[in-house]
Unconditional design. Structure first.
Length: 238
């Protein structure tokens, strides 16, 4: 999401703007925000409602439990954001029906000039505004959250950490889980012996080639045991 000047631009539409930046304002993501590596603008959807109660939802046609976010209000919020920032490269609605967020998608979004994230609530958003605005639907997985805010935070963190300079050591990403189609190998630090368990000898051997080979073996074995789906995909490419 490299925008003007190389900074990533993220626009979030939500009825709970106080949830942002949340954890993204801390740690490395927070430092990257302060350093101008990315930019965040959070718009309150309620501010685009037309009635005195700032209503954003109504009962569903056809009956059923819960409420549905109104297409006119959501559309006004999207158009308001576009009037302020220009049309974003990607417009995403966080939804359990969408494509599951993975490292490949995070990389796609991290390279886009800008992204708009729509956080739904209640039973979701009127389908007509999803269709009219051409919103991409993205999910964290096969479970349901109370709203899209937590999913938006997760998506943004996955993207922000991919920005050059955000981690401080870009080389550290090369061996992370999913980067090479495998889960990551185990990590160890001091003390060398803890609770009767010692660090594997190869890691203190000083033999870099052996360490590299051990880590590859461990990554493959962990992936094979814990994620047979990833292992099958990895083996098909090797």
């Amino acid at each position: 999401m490299a925008g003007a000047g190389g900074a990533m631009k993220a626009i979030v539409l939500t009825i709970f703007p106080d949830m942002f930046p949340g954890p993204l304002g801390a740690s490395l993501a927070g430092k990257a925000l302060k350093d101008g590596l990315w930019d965040l603008d959070v718009l309150d959807i309620r501010s685009f409602a037309s009635d005195k109660h700032a209503s954003v939802d109504d009962t569903p046609y056809g009956g059923g439990a819960g409420m549905v976010m109104r297409p006119d209000v959501v559309d006004a919020a999207i158009r308001g954001a576009e009037a302020k920032h220009g049309k974003p490269a990607r417009k995403i609605y966080l939804s359990p029906r969408g494509r599951v967020l993975d490292q490949a998608l995070a990389k796609e979004l991290a390279m886009a000039p800008s992204v708009m994230l729509l956080c739904g609530r209640y039973e979701g958003v009127d389908q007509r505004v999803i269709d009219a605005q051409g919103l991409e639907e993205v999910s964290l997985g096969d479970f349901v959250l109370a709203g899209g805010e937590v999913a938006a935070l997760a998506l943004l963190e996955a993207c922000v950490r991919l920005l050059p300079g955000a981690l401080g050591n870009d080389a550290s990403m090369e061996e992370e889980s999913f980067e090479n189609g495998l889960l990551e190998y185990p990590h160890y630090t001091r003390p060398a012996v803890w609770s009767g368990m010692a660090v594997p000898d190869v890691l203190v051997s000083g033999h870099h080639a052996k360490v590299k080979a051990w880590r590859q073996e461990q990554a493959e074995e962990i992936t094979r045991q814990k994620r047979p789906d990833l292992w099958k995909r990895y083996k098909s490419k090797t």
